[in-house]
Design a protein around this ligand. Structure first.
Ligand code: EPZ
Length: 420
């Protein structure tokens, strides 16, 4: 099992290319089920989750073919020959549930394993199912699988989400694109990844109004056609490497990063003492003076993203003063805290909030990655710590970050992957 070893204390300096957004690429790949034509995606990140989604689509009969550009371009297409999403794939990647809406919309049936929980929470899919039921789908739960079917065609409906759900918005947006009639999604998620999916669906012939707002109106069409779509840059990778530049006391140019996708992350990082400058083709991030504590609460976009919470907590662990970090999206997303505390951080969790009291420095230690974003927060802490840090179970990391050690080493970090 791979581990990553970091010897801290070196300010980063140089350039990091920001890849395509994982959380845009996954629903976009599922959108490939909506048409028999070929959907060509470019700027695809090379990640374990992309491989998993490719395998899932392939077993549905839809081929995912790399078309040059070192695998960053995928051509997706083919007839659906199997409507089951098996447990052994779904349990590895919850985003597999995003095939549910497209399968029902395209062929009227789907048998999708319930994703089950994961480290950060129970992760139910009730909003996905309730919305699809309003569109006429019927579901039975059999042996851990959701058996869904629709007699005829999905019907447009007015769906009001009781709270914001990225995945439910995506599943229902895709289903509504091929439904009979008008669908309104109220209290829809507004993450940039939703806008990217909507833009691609429009390019495929879908009729969608309200893109970028919390109310999406979709006029269903009879069929969708192929398209070419470039995936937006990854805003969470951007925020993660901005924290790397800041915690190391360095300055890094994030090529391809988009300031307008960062929402509250920009304000919060600037409040904490991180200098973020917008350039024509990316962002310049540096730490000019000391870091100081700034409170944060995770919220749906454009609020501070839950996917940045662990990384921000690592940054605040060496800031001057205290900060309160409140997690409102997931019920168990503080597993990085005991690992950071092993490195000398002073973090106390009280329910859904954590008090972080900044310390002058962290000390390297062997630590355990527990989930994707926690893995990166431990690497950030290792960059700042005195001595050596070894992060174990980095398979979590490889799901969502491409070539982390190469990108950081190119900016001067003393970091390497050690196998076995
Ligand atoms: C997406 O997950 C992202 N994953 C997550 O990123 C991200 O943390 C999350 O959105 C929030 O921004 C992908 O896009 C592949 P939700 P998703 O539905 O869609 C509850 C990462 O690190 N809920 O917005 O699963 C749910 O349990 C990953 O890249 C229900 O109760 O998130 C959570 O508490 C982690 N019922 C809250 O809503 C439902 O039917 C928000 O979940 C659906 C969700």
């Amino acid at each position: 099992m791979d581990r990553i070893r970091i010897r801290g204390g070196r300010p980063l300096s140089g350039e990091i290319a920001i890849g395509g957004a994982k959380n845009a690429a996954l629903p976009l790949m599922a959108a490939g089920l909506l048409t028999a034509d070929r959907l060509v995606l470019s700027n695809v990140p090379r990640l374990a989750d992309i491989q998993t989604m490719s395998a899932l689509l392939a077993q549905h009969g839809v081929a995912v073919d790399p078309v040059g550009n070192a695998g960053r371009m995928l051509s997706i297409g083919g007839a659906i020959t199997n409507t089951e999403a098996p447990y052994d794939i779904v349990r590895k990647m919850r985003a597999s549930v995003l095939v549910l809406g497209p399968l029902l919309a395209r062929v009227g049936e789907a048998r999708v394993s319930l994703p089950g929980g994961c480290a950060i929470g129970t992760r139910p899919v009730d909003l996905h199912l309730k919305g699809l039921e309003q569109m006429g789908a019927r579901f039975d739960l059999n042996a851990g699988y959701i058996d869904g079917r629709i007699d005829g065609r999905l019907r447009g409906a007015k769906i009001v989400f009781p709270f914001v759900s990225v995945g439910a918005t995506e599943n229902l947006l895709m289903a509504a694109s091929l439904a009979d009639g008008r669908t309104v999604l109220a209290n829809a998620a507004r993450e940039p990844e939703i806008g990217d999916l909507a833009a691609c669906l429009v390019a495929m012939g879908a009729r969608i109004e309200g893109i970028g707002t919390d109310t999406l109106t979709i006029e269903g069409v009879d069929r969708l056609h192929g398209a070419d779509h470039a995936i937006i840059p990854d805003r969470i990778e951007t925020g993660s490497y901005a924290c790397a530049a800041a915690i190391s006391g360095g300055s890094v140019f994030l090529r391809g990063a988009r300031l307008d996708h960062l929402g509250a992350t920009v304000r919060i990082l600037r409040d904490a003492g991180v200098d973020i400058g917008e350039e024509p083709d990316g962002l310049m991030v540096r730490r000019l003076n000391g870091l100081h504590g700034a409170d944060v609460m995770t919220e749906p976009y454009p609020g501070f993203p839950t996917d940045m919470q662990a990384q921000y907590m690592a940054l605040m662990s060496v800031a001057e003063g205290a900060s309160m970090v409140t997690e409102t999206i997931f019920e168990n997303r503080f597993m990085h805290v005991p690992e950071l505390n092993r490195m000398g951080a002073r973090i106390n969790v009280h329910g859904t909030s954590a008090i972080v009291r900044g310390v002058p420095s962290l000390s390297g230690a062997p630590v355990m990655a527990t989930d994707l974003r926690a893995s990166l927060s431990l690497i950030l802490a290792g960059l700042a710590a005195k001595g050596e840090t070894v992060v174990n179970r980095v398979y979590h990391l490889d799901r969502g970050y491409e070539a982390v050690e190469q990108k950081l080493a190119a900016c001067g970090a003393d970091i390497e992957r050690i196998g076995g």
